[in-house]
Design a binder for this molecule. Structure first.
Ligand code: SF4
Ligand code: SF4
Length: 242
C-alpha cells in the first residue's frame, strides 16, 4: 500500500473515471477475504478449474458479499484442453475434456464468467457451443470428479500455466516446455506424447533447454506467480525423460 493505490482508485471511481473496481488474485485463498471486506471491489478474477479448486470457499464468500467472480484458467492453463484425459474416461467419454472443464466451472453458481484463453477459431466455436448450452454437471458427475481429484492431488502442485514469467533462466532451461512435458506425462498419462514433446525441446543437439541444465539457483521460483516448485519438478522431469 506504499502508493495508496486503492485510495486513488476509489477516488477515481468517485470522479467517474472508473465505473467498477476489480482485482485479480494470485495469493493464498484466505487472503482474498480481507480484500473483499474492503467493500471497494465489484469483482474478482481468480484461478478456478477442475485441477485447482483451492479458491472455492473464497469464491463462495465473494458471491455471498455480492462480488462478481471471474474464473481464470478454466481449462487449467491448457492442461485440460486436450481430449483423452483421465477425467473424460471417468465420465464414460460422454463429453470431451475441454468441454467438461468449462462445464465444471460454469456449474458453480458462484462463478459469473469463465475467462478462457483461445488461440484458434475452433476453440472459440467450441467454447461458445458449451457455454450456450448451459448444461450443468449432474450430482453424480460431480461426485465422480471429487473422487478423481483426490487421486490427482499431486497434479495440482504442478500448476504451470506456461506464462513464461520465470524466463529467462540464466542456465537456459526452457522451464515452461519442460513442465509441459511433465504435465502430459503425469496429468494425461500420455507417455509417448510427453516424451516426444520433451525430445523436441533439446533441438538438434538434444541438449538445449533440457531440465538437467538446472543448477537449482532458484531465480525462476521468485518470478513464478503460481508458486510452482520449479526446481523440484525439473528434477522429476530429468528423472522421467533423460
Ligand atoms: S512462471 Fe510459473 S507458471 Fe509461468 S511458466 Fe514459469 S513455472 Fe510455469
Ligand atoms: S532454478 Fe534452475 S531453472 Fe530456475 S533459474 Fe535456476 S537454473 Fe534456471
Amino acid at each position: 500500500m506504499q502508493f495508496n493505490l486503492l485510495e486513488e482508485a476509489v477516488k477515481a471511481k468517485k470522479q467517474g473515471l472508473i465505473r467498477f473496481l476489480s482485482f485479480s488474485f494470485h495469493d493464498k485463498p484466505e487472503k482474498m477475504l480481507p480484500i473483499i471486506d474492503t467493500g471497494a471491489f465489484a469483482s474478482v478474477l481468480c484461478q478456478y478449474n477442475l485441477l485447482d479448486r483451492a479458491n472455492e470457499p473464497s469464491i463462495k464468500y465473494a458471491a455471498e458479499k455480492g462480488v462478481g467472480v471471474i474464473a481464470m484458467g478454466p481449462v487449467g492453463g491448457g492442461r485440460l484442453a486436450f481430449a483423452g484425459s483421465i477425467f473424460e474416461d471417468a465420465l464414460g467419454g460422454r463429453v470431451t475434456t475441454p468441454e467438461l472443464a468449462l462445464r465444471f466451472v460454469l456449474s458453480n453458481p458462484n462463478i459469473n464468467l469463465a475467462l478462457s484463453g483461445m488461440s484458434t477459431r475452433q476453440m472459440v466455436d467450441d467454447n461458445v457451443r458449451v457455454a450456450s448450452r448451459n448444461e450443468l454437471l449432474s450430482e453424480q458427475e460431480m461426485l465422480r470428479i471429487d473422487e478423481l481429484q483426490k487421486q490427482c492431488r499431486s497434479l495440482a502442485e504442478i500448476y504451470c500455466t506456461g506464462c513464461g514469467y520465470c524466463m529467462p533462466c540464466p542456465f537456459e532451461v526452457n522451464i515452461p516446455a519442460c513442465l509441459e512435458a511433465l504435465i502430459y506425462q503425469k496429468v494425461y498419462r500420455m507417455e509417448q506424447h510427453a516424451q516426444a514433446k520433451y525430445s523436441a525441446i533439446g533441438g538438434d543437439s538434444g541438449k538445449e533447454g533440457i531440465a538437467s541444465l538446472c543448477t537449482s539457483c532458484g531465480a525462476c521460483e521468485k518470478k513464478c506467480p503460481q508458486k510452482v516448485q520449479i526446481r523440484k519438478h525439473l528434477k522429476e522431469t530429468t528423472a522421467i525423460f533423460e
